[in-house]
Ligand binder design. Structure first.
Ligand SMILES: Nc1ncnc2c1ncn2[C@@H]1O[C@H](COP(=O)(O)OP(=O)(O)O)[C@@H](O)[C@H]1O
Ligand SMILES: [Mg+2]
Length: 291
């Protein structure tokens, strides 16, 4: 899961001079590309840290994504971000967070500038709430599928849908994050995905993203990652798309309202044990009195 914002950089003073190479206590440039002034941390992902920043040219607040060292010097990164920018622009801001600017800072560290999306990733939601009630989990999955359907309709797979890469916007829409893993349906699969919700080897298929969505939906209700057959994934997706939520639920192997059932079962069992103990104590008392 992405680490939540620490706010550790929020206290940077406003007395910065023109020096683009001044660093935060964590060794990050305060001003990137001579233009974006880094502020508070929003979250850390598997390959980057995302901060609030001020675009000193326009005065607008933006999201600044800076890549960690293990990713920063990959020569394939900038071209894949360029591809991601074009795809995001084609899909529109209701599907994928747009890229406003990208490039490499003076020291070669690649960066991405996006609008800040106010909302909560599913990873943050899980960290906060633990688990989500099945009905709401399916409703969120339905919105996530809308975004994935739009992406797949453009002939592209995400490659790494994970709770941290799905952001529920304030209006309820689910937006896709993470541009650098996008690739065409039929392209060779990456060796591994960040969160392990996807697959490796072979060629990329829409079903890879669907498999990840099924696993994410299961994770939302507190299921450990179950292994789904291709048939159950297809059934889940078809039912979700048609808003047949009972069928979608059944495809994931949930036969009942899981949360409610567990609670009822627990209270029911406790009540039964209590009554049994009471009856046994009364019988014991009667036996003792009868002597
Ligand atoms: N445009 C944005 N607005 C708000 N938060 C964002 C934005 N982009 C990313 N984030 C936050 O930063 C985290 C990491 O971003 P992401 O692009 O997924 O990086 P990584 O490639 O390191 O996984 C996300 O899980 C989310 O919490
Ligand atoms: Mg991510």
């Amino acid at each position: 899961m992405a680490e939540p914002a620490s706010g550790a950089d929020a206290s940077l003073g406003s007395s910065e001079t023109s020096s683009a190479r001044r660093k935060t206590p964590f060794g990050l440039a305060i001003t990137v590309a001579g233009r974006y002034r880094r502020g508070a941390c929003i979250a850390k992902g598997g390959s980057s840290t995302v901060h609030r920043a001020i675009d000193q040219r326009s005065g607008a607040e933006v999201a600044l994504k800076s890549f960690h060292v293990h990713r920063a010097f990959d020569p394939a990164l900038l071209p894949s971000l360029e591809t991601g920018r074009a795809i995001a622009a084609q899909l529109g801001p209701d599907v994928m967070v747009p890229i406003l600017d990208l490039g490499a800072d003076d020291d070669g560290t690649p960066f991405v500038i996006m609008p800040i999306v106010e909302g909560e990733t599913l990873g943050a939601r899980l960290d906060r709430a633990g688990r989500i009630e099945p009905r709401e989990a399916l409703a969120i999955a339905r919105r996530a599928l809308e975004a994935l359907d739009a992406l797949h309709g453009a002939g592209v797979t995400h490659g790494d849908p994970s709770p941290d890469n799905l952001l529920v916007r304030a209006d309820g829409r689910v937006l896709l994050l993470d541009h650098e893993g996008l690739d065409a349906i039929g392209a060779p699969r990456a060796a591994r995905t960040t969160e392990g919700f996807g697959r490796s080897g072979g060629t990329r298929e829409a079903r890879d993203d669907h498999r990840a969505l099924a696993a994410i939906t299961a994770a939302l209700v507190g299921d450990a990652r179950p292994a789904f057959s291709d048939a159950s994934i297809d059934r889940f997706i078809t039912a979700l798309r048609a808003e047949r939520l009972e069928d979608a639920r059944a495809a994931l192997g949930w036969t009942t309202e899981r949360g409610a059932t567990v609670t009822q079962w627990t209270f029911g069992t406790l009540a039964a044990v209590g009554v049994l103990l009471l009856v046994m104590s009364l019988l014991l008392l009667l036996l003792l009195l009868a002597r």
